[in-house]
Design a protein around this ligand. Structure first.
Ligand SMILES: C[S@@+](CC[C@H](N)C(=O)[O-])C[C@H]1O[C@@H](n2cnc3c(N)ncnc32)[C@H](O)[C@@H]1O
Length: 417
């Protein structure tokens, strides 16, 4: 996925002072220089980062186990430092991931489908410290699709202390432009996601949330569709970002599959269109094999304190992998939603792996399209002069290829810029 340089750069120098001011105001840092203090970061933050990382990676148990609130936000030792560790180490990464998805919508020409004069209404489910909502703010700031500057975000979160912090952080990060409404509650994803009296929103955001439930995709889909029908405006958007780990990513792909198989979607009564990353409703190419999965990867400039923290914890967040889905409640054709793409007749694929150079001119990668997933080879010389080289996340259009899915040769193609 190509992320605009302004977004990539914005975390290099500018982010840390904003974060530092906020944490000082909240009394979460002992002094103004704490983020640069090796002693403070090694003793008070790094051990919690390591513990949280092994919890997320399910180093004990399996990757699909549910994660309970206690082990998460409280853990052992100081709950204050536990929360600080999540905030410093995981929040900025998830924020950047969500912003990158927003930037992909921008790249393909998506425009906010509601009036610019109407305040927007967004909701983040499992908001924690509001990383997802802040990601939308950052995405709009650096790769805007026309989201109005004024609006409201509802945050739903089961942990009161994380929710309180997230509410203030979103307010601070958005420059106080947004109003934020916190809802402290535990969602029952098997039943109603929102109370009947809840309003309709323009935007649903979920960041690193669904995988924590331990509920099977088939069980999640009916209740999700109920929320989609009653609480998402016509033309509204759903953005789901999940880990790139094999089993968790497959869980998202299973969710996609179960969603597309549901009678309300099959009959088009739901008016649901799956936009990204697949650009269509085809059967998932990655699910076809048991050991396969699908993820994106973005690169950024980490804030300086995070580079240091990564070297203390052995984590390396120079690039950020994740799985994602963007869904819209619409009956418009894809070519109208994404004017940056060609019409329905265009043969289109997305690169779902890195590109490996076989020689100076030849590259090989996996692509996914209407006819499933295949390994493909390209002579870069067939691309028009000045074209970007294809890499993970690139979209190829007007593609003619020959050969079978085990290895196909691309005879002609254009990389969408
Ligand atoms: C990995 S965190 C992600 C937080 C935030 N969205 C982010 O990207 O950083 C998942 C959050 O979902 C919350 N959560 C999990 N299950 C929940 C449920 N059933 N109801 C409400 N919150 C839930 C957890 O407490 C946790 O804060």
């Amino acid at each position: 996925m190509r992320v605009p340089e302004a977004l990539v750069q914005s975390f290099k120098e500018d982010f840390e002072p904003i974060l530092n001011d906020f944490l000082m105001n909240e009394g979460l840092l002992p002094e103004g220089e704490s983020l640069q203090s090796k002693r403070f970061m090694t003793r008070s933050v790094a051990p919690h980062v390591k513990a949280l990382s092994s919890l997320f990676n399910r180093t004990e148990g399996t990757q699909t186990d549910a994660i309970d609130e206690e082990s998460y936000w409280t853990g052992s030792g100081s709950p204050k430092n536990r929360k600080l560790a999540y905030f410093l180490s995981f929040m900025p990464c998830n924020l950047f991931r969500v912003a990158s998805v927003w930037a992909e919508l921008n790249r393909l020409g998506f425009r906010w489908p509601f009036s610019p004069d109407q305040d927007f209404k967004g909701i983040e489910f499992g908001a924690g410290v509001a990383s997802g909502a802040c990601g939308i703010v950052a995405g709009e700031r650096f790769a805007g699709i026309g989201l109005p500057a004024s609006g409201n975000f509802a945050l739903i979160e089961q942990n009161k202390s994380a929710l309180d912090l997230g509410t203030k952080w979103l307010h601070h990060f958005s420059g106080q432009k947004l109003s934020v409404r916190p809802f402290h509650r535990r969602l029952n994803l098997r039943e109603r996601w929102l109370p009947q009296a809840a309003p309709k929103f323009h935007l649903f955001v979920m960041s690193y949330f669904l995988n924590e439930s331990g509920i099977a995709a088939e069980e999640l889909v009916p209740s999700f569709l109920e929320a989609f029908e009653h609480h998402l405006e016509e033309e509204g958007l759903v953005i789901i970002v999940e880990p790139a780990l094999r089993l968790q990513s497959r869980k998202l792909l299973e969710f996609r599959k179960a969603l597309l198989a549901h009678p309300l979607v099959q009959s088009n009564r739901a008016g649901l269109r799956l936009l990204l990353p697949c650009l269509g409703h085809q059967a998932c190419g990655a699910l076809a094999k048991e050991d396969d999965w699908c993820h994106e990867e973005v690169s950024w400039w980490r804030p300086p304190y995070l580079r240091e923290l990564d070297s203390m914890t052995g984590l390396d967040r120079k690039s950020l992998p994740f799985s994602y889905l963007v869904i819209q409640k619409t009956r418009k054709p894809l070519s109208e939603i994404f004017p940056g793409l060609g019409g329905p007749e265009v043969k289109r694929y997305r690169l779902v792996s890195p590109s490996h150079s076989l020689s100076k001119r030849t590259s090989e990668f996996f692509i996914c399209g209407q006819d499933g997933k295949r390994r493909a080879r390209i002579d870069l010389g067939i691309l028009k002069a000045g074209s970007p080289e294809p890499d993970r996340g690139s979209i190829l259009e007007n593609t003619d290829l020959r050969g079978d899915p085990a290895l196909s040769q691309i005879d002609s193609s254009e990389v969408v810029e």
